[in-house]
Design a protein around this ligand. Structure first.
Ligand code: NI
Length: 256
């Protein structure tokens, strides 16, 4: 069984065939999905998905892109949403210095606020870090995010940084980029990281793995990520699938 720990099935790109896409995931052996609703509208749609599909769980939070729209009213909404049994994490949250859609000082403030909220609610966090490695690490440490733990999703940092992250009690998630031939760092990390610290994901509809690169991504393709990691590590796909699924269930407190 495969666990896609990061999907955005609420995205409009699935408007015409969302149910079919979810069925294809099931048929491909994906037994669990965490859908990440990272703005107010996406969070509402995520809750609908978790109610409709037994194997879809959810996370709610504010993406760094939308940090400028964050306010205490949104915090109150999060507190209400997490009362849903299948909302298992806060996120994705963090810093994105590639696009800078929100001012960096606002991104940092909102990241800190959401970590505090996660500690208050005792839920793990899903971290988005794009070209902001040092600031993300500093904030995670200063805000004591290790207390609740979580995952660095679509990890793009180095192996030495991955070691620091694991020591703080976080998982590393690899996605489609590990299948790209020019992805030096993810391939290096995949080779060195113990399977016990690893999660897999699609981040669909973005970052489709080879041979679907450039197309719309979907949870079924997480199989390609598992296959590539197995190949890099010289272990069976079944072993990668079983261990990453067990890791995801442990992190998100999923019993099934
Ligand atoms: Ni995402």
């Amino acid at each position: 069984m495969l666990f896609d720990t990061h999907a955005h099935l609420d995205d409009r790109k699935y408007e015409g065939d969302r149910d079919e896409t979810i069925k294809r995931a099931k048929d491909a052996g994906v037994g669990l999905i965490v859908n990440v609703g990272c703005n107010p509208e996406a969070a509402e749609r995520t809750i609908e998905l978790t109610r409709k599909y037994s194997f879809i769980y959810g996370a709610v939070g504010m993406h760094p892109h939308d940090a400028k729209d964050f306010d205490e009213g949104f915090c109150e909404k999060i507190k209400k949403w997490v009362k849903e049994e299948k909302i298992v994490a806060l996120g994705e949250m963090g810093l994105d210095y590639h696009y800078d859609h929100s001012p960096r000082d606002v991104q940092k403030k909102v990241f800190r606020r959401q970590i505090a909220l996660a500690r208050e609610l005792k839920l793990p966090i899903i971290i988005h870090d794009r070209e902001a490695h040092q600031d993300v690490l500093d904030i995670v440490r200063e805000e004591k995010a290790g207390e609740v733990g979580g995952v660095f999703h679509c990890y793009s940092g180095s192996w030495p940084m991955a070691k620091e992250i694991m020591e703080m009690g976080f998982f590393i998630a690899l996605g489609g980029t590990v299948t790209f031939n020019n992805a030096v760092k993810p391939i290096d990390v995949a080779g060195k990281i113990p399977l016990e610290n690893l999660l897999i994901e699609t981040d669909c509809p973005y970052l489709a793995p080879v041979p679907f690169r450039g197309k719309r991504n979907e949870p079924a393709y997480v199989a390609k990520v598992a296959e590539r990691i197995a190949e890099i590590k010289g272990v069976s796909v079944e072993e990668v699938a079983a261990q990453t699924t067990a890791n995801g269930k442990k992190l998100f407190g999923i019993k099934e």
